[in-house]
Design a protein around this ligand. Sequence first.
Ligand code: PEP
Ligand code: MG
Length: 531
Amino acid sequence: MPPPSDLAGRPAAPGLAIGPVVRLAALAAARRFSGDPVREVDDLLTAIEAAIADLATLAETTGEDGAGILEFQVAMLEDEALREPALALIAAGVAADTAWRQAVEVEIAGYEDGEEYVRARIADLSDLRDRVLGHLSGTVDEAPPMSGAVLVAADLTPSRFLATDWSAGGAIALAAGSPTSHVAMLARSRGVPMVVGLGTAVLDGGTEAMVDGSAGTVWLDPSPEARTEFRRRMATAEAAERAAEATIGQPAVTRDGVPVAVLINLADPAELDRIDPAICDGVGLVRTEFLFHGGGLPDEARQVAAYGRIVAWAQGRPVTIRTLDAGGDKPIPGLTVDGESNPFLGTRGIRLSLARPGPFRVQLRALARAAVHGPLKIMVPMVTVPAELDAARRMLDEAVAELVAAGISARRPPLGMMVEVPAAALAVDRFAADFLSIGSNDLTQYVTAAARDTGAVADLADPGNPAVLRLIAEVAAAGARRGIEVSLCGDMAGDPAFVPALLRAGLRSLSVAPAAIARTKAAIAAAAARA
Ligand code: PEP
Ligand code: MG
């Protein structure tokens, strides 16, 4: 049966690409069993060391974002807990390769039932499994030159991504995978279009693929007409991108002369390595969930360093750091509440922070300490009633007082809130916030009662719904009355189609993904702010 030509998956990194399909097969390791447990242990440990050396070499030649991921993998390989079950199996007479494969697969199985964030680590473990197996069998999988290809696989490992030359384009189409995986994060930051969750049909055949990473669509073996039309779309998108890039360093001004601040959203400070601060007016949203990617609760010193690094990068521009927004679509094992019937309506954001005040206090202390280095602001997510913001303010004031009393330098930063719950948007005057930032991703899902991560209701979860736009305009007007800044940091700010409506709603500050800065500025220049 010929493969279906049009496959729908989940968008993981935006952009359009067409290229030859390169299917990545799982590594088949064939190795002779020595029968001697001492020799098998020796071979396994040597293979693990060789894998660590590979990753260290790769880390030297990649950017800091990739290096961070590879260091995370090295730490996993160095962890005794990963190798001990394999060593026990070898002691029981099992061959080194079988023992290693079984041990890692047991570990992977433990991740499979986890939330999406946990499952996203499976690609890292598979990567490590195959790399060590490659060394054991002497068939280390060196990435062939695949510049410009569309990589098709069940899932993709971070080291395979980093070993691939993306300079001539290319894309990724995965049967499984997750938009929150390390590979998806890398693809977004390097501009490689990526679609995940396409199902096994994508593995079945096809020699050429077209990938629309924004829509989450992949066409296998397109017709000549479809290919011509797709290339035309690519050319239009590239021309628009080039034109926008040419003016990226200039401040954004509408065609009727109104200046608009354009800031960046950050999910990981490692992204900053590739960004010149001169292209933006600051950082409008730091999603601090990145601190928990390595597992465990990050201590105060680590957080001070992470926030300080962002403030230093911004060179005096404002940096708005959001307190932990765990829960909902961002579960953190060991911290968020398991088994809620509807996590998006459950203990997430500030609700979780107030329910678990220990980690929240550490974060507030770290933010107040980092604030001595520049104009840092603190933003609280998922605020629903004024009492939540008041509680956060009291805790912040206490944290600052404690630090000062202990002789630790600290500053009390402005405290603002995300407006993403309809109850807050409709009555924003009730909240004693120093500034507001509209979270249109959540506001849209709560206003339309259509979950942001459910493809079947994606058409309903439309930020352009007049009810959402009306709320945005009301929040902007309320901010203007109070004389406080109102920004919007949801994904709609980076979609040129929505920029005119946002400006007409009264917004003068937008915060977007770094890759969307150029097109957002271009859309602002083409729009009129006054109706
Ligand atoms: C939002 O909800 O629009 C937002 C910016 O926050 P997040 O996407 O992290 O929930
Ligand atoms: Mg949100």
